[in-house]
Design a protein around this ligand. Structure first.
Ligand code: PLP
Length: 423
């Protein structure tokens, strides 16, 4: 029998036959409210007429042009739009086909920058435990999700680890938030010094952690401290905004809320809101200028770089976000959503924490609120939650805890920005 390989080799998921607005319908006629945008992807909901029209118009002119031969107006316009709305001098945009590609591109750009800067000994990245940066080998190596890494560990480059900034579970009750944050920064500095700053390429982190922790924002001042350490030791700060970027937290770039400018930003998911597979990397001027003045080429490239239809979809998404004032809608709806969740589950014995920014919201499930004791991961509670929600006609994005108890099961909500309070 020939068949499509699904994520779960024993279960064929329902077949989606049509999707519109906040809803997805399957071939059995069941309708699901999309409260997670898939995996925080569908930020404009489904079948948005502006995005469909932009894609159709692009298909009718140039469906594909290889980036080794041509550029296109639509890719140039998208790059300008992303750069003009980015903080600082993140003026340089490289377009790829998804989040993992954006991370691979970021890693290679950072490495090539130092090679061309006369610092070829820089070869180590630092990233956090409990992080996810994608599934390809470089991105998987960077990520700190041990379950995902385990079978492939012998194939992965060495990455130095530091603790996540996870106030709810990792800050000791005896410590205030300021001291906790300072401690994390001391840990990062010690790691840099242990490795030898001259050997370190960059530090990579999600401004708001998505899949692994469930919408966990950093404590105040954390990213300012990270930026200061990176500057002190000449290390690049790479912000992975694949999940939290593009308006999801109420600002176009999540890092804007931290008041710092990363050297490199990786985007995906919400960039084209699921209408096309697309990712992007933004880099500051000094990085690209170094390559331009040096070899003159970035030694990287994919067949589908700057795909015109993907660029048209992403550009249309940008225009809709602006025209319909969706960033302020995200902030307002997010506040309302967390309020409603607190009203409904704030005293629930098994809901330990309700958190997030904008329409990026996490609920952490616990056996006991007092001790924050997580459920046994072997129970696969997250899988049961997903099945139960689907049976009720609801899409949420749950994730399991870890055997060492350093992370509980959580449910991620990332509804489309067009959601109303009634939704
Ligand atoms: N980085 C983060 C923070 C992500 O959440 C993801 C996907 O979930 C990726 C990178 C990888 O993106 P993709 O699945 O598009 O390759």
């Amino acid at each position: 029998m020939t068949q499509l390989i699904h994520r779960n080799l024993r279960i064929t998921p329902p077949s989606a036959v049509c999707a519109f607005g906040m809803y997805v319908r399957d071939s059995d006629g069941n309708t699901y409210l999309d409260a997670s945008g898939g995996a925080a992807v569908s930020s404009l909901g489904h079948s948005h007429p502006d995005v469909l029209a932009a894609m159709q118009a692009q298909l009718a002119t140039t469906a594909y042009a290889h980036s080794a031969f041509f550029t296109t107006d639509v890719a140039e316009e998208l790059a300008t739009c992303l750069a003009q709305n980015a903080p600082g001098d993140l003026n340089n945009v490289y377009l790829v086909s998804g989040g993992s590609e954006a991370i691979e591109t970021s890693l290679k750009l950072a490495r090539q920058y130092f090679v061309e800067n006369g610092e070829p000994e820089r070869r180590v990245f630092i990233a956090r435990r409990q992080s996810y940066h994608g599934n390809t080998l470089g991105a998987l190596a960077l990520g700190g999700n041990e379950w995902r890494r385990k079978p492939f560990a012998p194939l992965l480059m060495d990455v130095a680890r530091v603790s996540p900034c996870y106030d709810y579970r990792e800050r000791p009750a005896s410590q205030d938030v300021q001291d906790y944050t300072a401690g994390l920064l001391v840990e990062l500095e010690h790691r840099i010094l242990d490795l030898g700053p001259q050997n370190v390429i960059g530090f990579c982190a999600e401004p708001v952690v998505g899949a692994t922790l469930g919408a966990v924002a950093a404590t105040p001042g954390y990213f300012k401290g990270v930026r200061a350490l990176c500057d002190k030791y000449g290390i690049l700060f790479i912000a992975d905004e694949v999940m939290c970027g593009m308006g999801r937290t109420g600002t176009l770039y999540a890092i804007e809320q931290e008041g710092v400018v990363p050297d490199i930003v990786a985007l995906g998911k919400g960039l084209a809101a699921g209408y096309q597979p697309v990712g992007a990397v933004l880099a500051r001027d000094h990085i690209v200028e170094r390559l331009r003045a040096g070899s003159g080429v970035f030694q990287h490239g994919h067949t589908y770089n700057a795909h015109p239809v993907a660029a048209a979809a992403a550009l249309a998404v940008q225009k809709v976000i602006r025209r319909d004032a969706l960033l302020s809608a995200v902030t307002m709806r997010g506040t309302a959503l967390r309020r409603m969740l607190r009203d409904a589950f704030g005293n629930h014995p098994n809901v330990g924490d309700i958190r997030g920014r904008g329409l990026f919201v996490g609920l952490e499930l616990v056996q006991e609120r007092e001790t924050k004791r997580p459920f046994d991961p072997d129970l696969k509670l997250h899988a049961a939650v997903k099945t139960a929600a689907m049976a009720c006609g609801l899409m949420v994005y749950p994730m399991g805890g870890t055997a060492d108890g350093r992370r509980g099961d959580h449910i991620l909500l990332a509804p489309p920005f067009i959601a109303t309070e009634a939704d």
